[in-house]
Design a binder for this molecule. Sequence first.
Ligand SMILES: Nc1nc2c(ncn2[C@@H]2O[C@H](COP(=O)(O)OP(=O)(O)OP(=O)(O)O)[C@@H](O)[C@H]2O)c(=O)[nH]1
Ligand SMILES: [Mg+2]
Length: 424
Amino acid sequence: MQTPEKVLLVGIFSGRGGRTVARESLDELASLTRTAGGEVVASVLQERRHVDPATFVGKGKAEEIGELCREQGIDLIVFDDDLSPAQARNLEKITSCRVIDRSQLILDIFALGARTSIAKAQVELAQIEYTLPRLKRMWEHLSRTGGGIGTRGPGETQLEVDRRRIRRRMFTLKKILKKVERDRAVRTARRKQFTQVSLVGYTNTGKSTLFNRLTQANVPTGDRLFETLDATTRILRLPMKERVLLSDTVGFIRKLPHHLVASFHATLECVIEADLIIHVADLSHRDYAEQIATVRSVLDEIGAKGKPEILVFNKVDLVSDESHLRVALRSFEGSIPVSAVYGWGIDVIRERILRFVLDRKQEVKLLLPAENGKLLAYIHRFGTVLRRELVNGRLEVVARLERRYLGPLAAYLEPIGEGGGKRL
Ligand SMILES: Nc1nc2c(ncn2[C@@H]2O[C@H](COP(=O)(O)OP(=O)(O)OP(=O)(O)O)[C@@H](O)[C@H]2O)c(=O)[nH]1
Ligand SMILES: [Mg+2]
């Protein structure tokens, strides 16, 4: 096996309270680095009110970092915040070390983990969009500093060639992904009658473990950030003959690169289209509240704002401090404590989903004429048939349907029980 690259992490903060947040973010950057196969040797946290436009941390600090890299034999420096192409270039020059930022690291992890063709195409698109502006700056820089006869021409030509090639590739990838989305749209239209429920949450909170628990699926899980990069959808059977579509998908993280969010549209579609969101948080993580806030802001960003949400606190088996659990449940009203691994609280989730489904539906009694093939097919397609019985040559059906599907059945509605029929 290859020896892991030795990595130095760099973060900045400003003001009171800024240090704690930056420290948490740096801890997370360390997990990301390990996920990408690096070994974190040291980290530098600097207080800084304004970033330096040329070197981000300031020239003096950059030189200090360079010194540290030489002493510790460091191969790679990872900055916790986005660097401009010029900053990255200047830092590499001063430190004589390879420099990347958090976005690049996350893109790298996604590239490592992408297995399906959709995930691969999405990651490649995000990477290209990240690289394109940097490529331009890089070539501009080369042609400027190189200068003189004989260097400018080929440099510029090469840039044009590279750009053209990359743009062509971008076009192809977008076309591939469009087609995937079109195919999905057709499938979606077909399954529209199902209530769609989507598991979302910070990365590594146990979404896939919970998904497998609920649906007996076999999605890979693991103690790794961004284990899941695709979307998987299964039918979830509920009590009272109800069914919904449940999806598991990619997790979120703070400072998620915008290019990734944009190019992962196909994977995030199940979240955007969901009628209900099951937000999975990891109660054993000390930053769980901050993670919940991050997930909610990413949901806003992808256009899934304001959807009904059930908040689930997973991994309660790891929490020995009861007051920690009490505080969480009190701060987040309506949240459900569970353990996906031990199967605790799973029935409560099922019941809550069922309640959501039933709230949108209405139980009706219908008296159908003898010739009822089409009507019956419609009821089966859009509703849940609870009972059927032949009464004087006509078919009596008790079914549960969402109100929006009751229109075409209005003429056949019968009163239920004593209180008379439910009005439309
Ligand atoms: N102790 C404990 N561990 C859990 C529980 N649920 C999940 N895990 C572990 O947490 C890790 C992450 O689980 P996953 O299901 O892969 O998490 P995920 O949210 O799908 O993660 P990503 O796909 O990477 O975003 C795995 O090692 C699981 O075994 C739980 O209830 N208790
Ligand atoms: Mg997962």
